[in-house]
Design a protein around this ligand. Sequence first.
Ligand code: UDP
Length: 407
Amino acid sequence: MSVERAAFIAFHACPLAAPGQGKSGGMNVYVRELSRAMGESGILVDIFTREHEGGCGIEEIIPGVRVIHLPGGPHDASIGELYSHLPDFLHEIHAFRNEEGRTYNVVHSHYWLSAWVGQRLAQSFSIPHVVTFHTLALIKMQSRAGEAEPEERSTVEREAMLTAERIIAFSGHERDAMARLYGTDPAKVTLAPCGVDLTKFRPLDQREVRKRLGLDGEKVLLYVGRVEPLKGLDLLVETAAQMEAGEENVRMMVVGGGGPGEPETDRVRQLAKERQVDGLIDFVGRVDHDDLPLYYNAADVCVVPSYYESFGLVALESMACGTPVVASRVGGLPTIVHHGHTGYLKSWRCPEAFANSVEMIISSSGLQESMGAAARRRAELMGWSNVAAMISEEYLALISGENRAGN
Ligand code: UDP
């Protein structure tokens, strides 16, 4: 028996959308890279996603891995509004599939909105349903006051956990939180981390890439990611304010976000002004995923100050480039960053501790080099082909009716 064809549901996370701005980020990268790696291992994958600005029709990621855009609400609908368009999207998938006469062995849903769709599809096709939630309402709400979530979200998540045959969690922290907050049976949960493209994200000559980016001899601290409150850019500003190294010796590059006019970008810029570190921070804006290895390689240290992170692809990409990471000790980040070996993990409440760790790394080229080398070695265990192999093994166990215990 083999897994011939999988249906991925990525309702609002088109794998072809450019990550790093608005709502497009790690989930979009995950769906694209996981499906590509599955395709390379011989599994055909159809990814169903909603039509959006610049995304319609059928496109291929590689031969055998298709992105199928179907109508699913107005292009500019918010996450909260999207919920009411799920039945129409489900109907569109059924119509598409009936027209093509396709069959699938497994449905794999990404995020709660997709899980609502995937659950119903799997039921009507009588095939197993696998869910990766990426983030969960109750964990997000616990990690930072003021995060509002659509009312239905936690109910849909609870129901999907109950009915899915298997749940993929990125870390033990996420699995424990599912059990604690949603009452999920941990034996249903498989741990499989995110992955990284080890060919794209690799160590390069730092002098060379710095020249290309117009950098001089200053130390470079890097932030990469969407610009939104949960990402903790206020902590980044505070870290800059606490550092002893002067403005002439250090640059902090903020990569990602939509630039001026985006409320969170404006808030962070204002904070930087108030803390008198605006001269030290460059807001670069969104950078194409293919160009990011230049930034990771130019940096002396990558800072991930998130209040919560279910995984933290940025930390892994940085490590794959051989750049140490200073990150918050939250969510899945401790499964990537080995404290004291590939960087440091700090409490997000302590900007002084962040600043100390960053200064420790940038003031010792020996430490920076040894941590960078250890970071790359660790990342080498986490290529996408390994992740795809772990997950397709789960598919196979489900379709052949094995009852696997969670790991
Ligand atoms: N990213 C990008 N360009 C940018 C900023 C971010 O391509 O300007 C990518 C980054 O490389 C990573 C993803 O967006 O792959 C962010 O993933 P992460 O898991 O760190 O955060 P999330 O978006 O899931 O919260």
